[in-house]
Design a protein around this ligand. Structure first.
Ligand code: MN3
Length: 202
């Protein structure tokens, strides 16, 4: 059985950039629903119930066809949100230091150039999805996006930072203004967590 991880801060911790009610519904309702639906999909599949989310998402082609779409969407939803919560913190923001900061400057020349490219990617997701900073198989940084709850690990990439641009992540406060939400998100990003994710693979 998969269970909902605790939010590592209070619902209101990211105010005024992300409002408390959005955080509460996003975590307690949306994330919980992915977990409930994943557990339901895996009922009767004892061999898959104790696999990790990473295993499920990197072996989608091997799953029984009858549950493949449900697992793709809901294991993806669980994995993405579990990764997303610690990527934010109260009094976050600023520019990354450490190894990932160096790697970003090396790849994109300047932090602002990186930020601009990431913003363009996040704004251009059509419908629901995510923007990501990933490492490719050579260890090079790469900005990409996915639709729905797909995760780059299913495409042989390693995500180290991700931004949820589903409307449920911002609609209460920002309505149709996704670019305003994206701009606000840079004030709560937790670079320490991005650094930790980067160091796990570098
Ligand atoms: Mn979400």
């Amino acid at each position: 059985m998969f269970i909902l991880p605790k939010l590592p801060y209070t619902f209101g911790a990211l105010e005024p950039y992300i409002d408390a009610l959005t955080m509460e519904i996003h975590h307690d309702k949306h994330h919980q629903a992915y977990i409930d639906n994943l557990n339901k999909a895996l009922e009767g599949h004892a061999d898959l119930q104790n696999k990790s989310l990473e295993y499920l998402l990197t072996n989608l082609g091997q799953l029984p066809e009858s549950i493949r779409v449900a697992v793709r969407n809901n294991a993806g939803g669980d994995f993405n949100h579990t990764m997303f919560w610690p990527l934010m913190k109260k009094d976050g923001g600023g520019e990354p230091k450490g190894k990932v900061g160096q790697a970003i400057v090396k790849k994109f020349d300047h932090f602002d150039a990186f930020k601009e490219q990431f913003n363009v990617k996040a704004k251009s997701v059509f419908g629901s999805g995510w923007a990501w900073l990933c490492l490719d198989q050579k260890g090079d940084l790469l900005i990409t996006s996915t639709a729905n709850q797909d995760n780059p690990i299913s495409m042989n990439l390693v995500p180290i930072m991700g931004l949820d641009v589903w409307e449920h992540a911002y609609y209460l406060k920002y309505q149709n203004r996704r670019p305003d939400y994206i701009n606000a998100w840079w004030y709560v990003i937790n670079w320490d967590q991005v650094e930790e994710n980067y160091r796990k693979v570098n």
